[in-house]
Structures are given as C-alpha cells and as structure tokens.
Ligand binder design. Structure first.
Ligand code: SF4
Length: 473
C-alpha cells in the first residue's frame, strides 16, 4: 500500500501535493517525496525517509516550487526500506529532459521486465517496481521510438499488476491506471479567486477523496481502470485512451486501508464498514444484550464496523481501548519486532472498565493473529469475563500480489489453523468472520472486486507463488 498525489496548474503545487500526502499518510509512513516542474523548466525531485510533516519543511518548499507536481508516500510491501526505493523516480532522457514517475501498486511480473531491460543495458538505481515502469516507458520512447502515450499504453498491456500512476514529462502531467483498477485513484478540481483576477482553476489527483477537502478541491471522478489522462497548459484534461478490462478493485480498501471519510470505488467507506458490523450482529442471536455487554473496536480502522454492530444489536458502542496516536499502524510495520513492540505502546485498556463484562471485540482482519492475541489477553487481564471476537473480513487465506503486505501463505494464521484453533490461539470465547458472500452483498457492484486473498480467485499467480524481490510501491 502506498499513496500518490498530483497537482497540475496551481501555483505552489508542491505545497498542495504535500497536503494531499499528509491526508493519505495512513497509506505509507516509511518515506515520502515529490517532483516539481520548476520555473527554469527542470523537473526536480526531493525525497526522504520519514513522515510528510517532518520531510517537507518550508525550506524544501522554497527550493522546490512550481505549478505542476507529483508526490508519493511509501509503504514497502517487501524488501529493503531505503531512500533508493522511495518515490518519485526520475529518469534522465536522451533529449535532455527528465521523466518523473510515482505509483501505488505492485508489478507482479517484475523479474521478467527487469531482465528484459537489463539485457538491453538499461541500468537501475533501485529494485523498486516504480523505477521499472519509469525506465520501461523511457526505453519504449527512446529505444523503440514510441510517443509517450503509446509507451504508457504498452505498460498497461505488458505490466501485470496494480498501478495508479502519475508521470511528469516536460510541461505535461499524465495520470494512468492499470486495466483492472486495483488501487483507488481519483481526480479533483480546484477553483480559486485571486485579487482582481479571473477565477483560476487547476486539477488534482489523489489515492483517496478525503484529501480533496483539505486543499479546497472538489472530487470530480475516478480515473477509470485502464485510462490515460493527459494534462497540458491551457487545455482541459484529456482522456487519451481507456484500455480497461474487467474491474478488480481491492475489496480490502473498503474494509481496512482507505480512510472512513473516503469515497472509494463508488462506495462510502464508513457506510460499508457499518453494514459489515450490522451483518456480523445478525450472526449473534445467541449473544443476549444486557448491561454487562460491551461492543467495542480495536481502534481505529474497526470503529465503524463496531458502530454498525452496536447499532444493529441496540447496545452502546464503547471505547474500552485507548489508542496512542503517535504510534504507527502495527499492520503497516514490515518487521515483526516493530509490530510486537507496537501493540503495547499503542493500546491501553480503560481502568476498571472491563471487570465482569462480556465483550464483543471487533477487528477488521486477522492476518498473522499476533496483534489480536495480545489485545485479547490485555482485555482478559483487565477483568473481562467473556470475549467474543468478530472480524469484518473473511479469513485471509492467501497473499496479495497487488500492493498489500500479506507476504507468504506460511505467515497467515488461516493457513496454519482452523477457525476453532485460531479462537483458542487468541484466547477468545468465540470467533466469527463475515462470510465472503455477505460481504459482497454489501457493495453495489460485487463483480467488480478482487477477493483473491479471501477466495484464492487470483487473476495472475507468479510462477513460484511467492513475491518477487521487488519492493512494491
Ligand atoms: S488479493 Fe486481497 S488485498 Fe490484494 S488486491 Fe485482492 S482483495 Fe485486495
């Protein structure tokens, strides 16, 4: 998971890009960067390890300023976490210009295309799949003589995987998406009135709509699966091509990744989560309501699921766990040790709250189970007499090849333990997941979603069924 931001035709574009990245920081906390078309015609890039609020200082904005910019927050889905793998990537071109590129997603056939380019003497500075796409576009343009738009179309044809991508080239910005539209990608519009001037307007792109309100922009529409949008000075945004295929939107975006205040794939995320909670409540006719029943979430991504459960069950939603917001998401940490440390730092039970309570504890998913096990034990230690764990997603039975860190089957608890064994492992009194069929009944267009990590229905499986060494995003 990563996030992208783009601004075209707005003065101080770099500041707006940084604002968007700040709003979608939950999509990646390891590194961030931006590329700006400068007044002298150069495309300049600045990227660092760390959070948006720390990396982008006023000194950075003074040095890197322009009216067109793209940016990225990175979460490494595999492999090394270092500045070389952060985005945007820049490729110096034979015509003296520079191409800057960033994307949210994963290239599944990375090894194949890296070998293709290396055999043709193309040198790499990282092993990030964003750099692969940038260099393949440059190769197609300057070694094979394709126009930039044809080069992008070749990417949509040849690259297997997910990419919601932004590219800066000369005075143009391109926004394009993989044919299946795995990751979210939206376009917005910003209009403003300068003193004594005609109204001005600019275009913006983001991984999530929640970023637009912050910069005073309005959501226009999704970038369509397979669409290529070109922006150039003094012209409206133009759709160059739509090379779409059957949509395969990631349903996990609705369950966990996207912010609840985002409109993703045509669905209000918070509404989907509340309906998931209501569905889970329907499974629980055997849990009677009562003053000793507390419905609560593992905060924050499960809050709306728990709210939906509590409303359906007609019992109050409780906040039994307090989250320290200065610790990052535990699931998003790529290293087990960091995850283990993070749980205790992140959650603390309310004193005297749990004594004698029956608790319905709602979480969004179980991947490895280690975090949830610690939380259940924490609540039990605080005095709860029953703990019923309810999960807002089906069991995760396989890895994701499209930009999410569920790296190997062996690490997934659902491949090692039955549901009952998992319940015992968690030390819970009962454990239920939403059924996949019920989850799909909640969304308007169930056929448009990827459910591969729950169902095993993969569009493409790498030969070895393990991820390549390419760090995603
Ligand atoms: S495999 Fe799972 S996480 Fe990956 S895109 Fe499909 S639904 Fe999303």
């Amino acid at each position: 998971m990563c996030g992208v931001a783009g601004i075209f035709g707005i003065e101080s574009a770099e500041r707006y890009v940084a604002e968007i990245l700040f709003a979608i920081q939950h999509r990646g906390q390891e590194s961030c960067g931006l590329s700006v078309k400068m007044a002298n015609g150069d495309i300049a890039t600045y990227k660092q390890m760390g959070l948006v609020k720390h990396v982008f200082t006023s000194e950075v904005f003074d040095r890197f300023t322009g009216v067109n910019a793209i940016g990225h927050v990175r979460y490494p889905t595999a492999g090394s976490s270092d500045i070389l793998n952060s985005q945007p990537h820049t490729v110096p071109l034979p015509d003296g210009s520079t191409l800057a590129f960033c994307a949210n997603g994963d290239v599944v056939n990375y090894a194949e295309w890296r070998e293709f380019l290396e055999k043709r003497k193309v040198a790499f500075t990282s092993n990030n799949d964003g750099e692969l796409i940038a260099r393949l576009i440059a190769y197609r343009m300057f070694a094979e003589g394709l126009a930039i738009e044809a080069a992008i179309e070749s990417i949509q044809r040849d690259i297997e995987g997910a990419f919601s991508a932004l590219l800066l080239y000369r005075d143009q910005l391109y926004a394009f998406r993989d044919p299946h539209g795995f990751r979210p990608f939206v376009m917005g519009h910003r209009t403003w009135q300068g003193v004594g001037e005609m109204p001005s307007q600019g275009t913006c792109f983001a991984s999530e709509t929640c970023a637009f309100g912050i910069i005073g922009a309005q959501f226009v529409r999704e970038v369509k699966p397979g669409e290529i949008i070109r922006l150039e000075p003094n012209r409206p945004a133009t759709t160059v091509a739509i090379n779409g295929a059957t949509p395969r939107h990631c349903i996990f975006e609705l369950i966990y990744f996207s912010r609840p205040d985002t409109l993703t794939f045509g669905e209000f995320v918070y509404r989907v989560r509340k309906k998931i909670g209501a569905t889970l409540a329907h499974y629980d006719h055997d849990i009677p309501s009562g003053d000793d029943l507390a419905v609560m979430a593992v905060p924050d991504s499960s809050n709306f699921v728990a709210l939906g459960y509590a409303a359906e069950k007609e019992v109050p939603f409780e906040m039994g766990l307090i989250r320290n917001h200065y610790v990052g998401r535990t699931f998003i940490s790529p290293y087990q040790k960091k995850r283990d440390e993070g749980v205790k730092q992140k959650f603390n039970p309310l004193p005297a709250f749990f004594e004698g309570k029956r608790v319905v504890l709602v979480d969004d998913s179980i991947v490895r189970g280690t975090t949830l096990r610690k939380i259940v034990r924490m609540i039990r230690g605080a005095g709860a007499k029953e703990i019923h764990v309810r999960i807002g997603s089906p069991r995760v039975i396989g890895p994701c090849f499209y930009g999410i860190d569920t790296p190997t089957r062996e690490e997934l608890i659902a491949t090692r333990m039955s549901l009952q064994e998992t319940c015992v492992y968690l030390s819970a009194d009962s454990l239920k997941h939403i059924e996949l069929d019920d989850l799909l009944r909640i969304v308007a267009r169930p056929g448009d979603f990827c459910t591969a990590c729950f169902s095993g229905d993969y569009l493409y499986v790498p030969p070895s069924f393990v991820k390549s060494n390419a760090p995603g995003c």
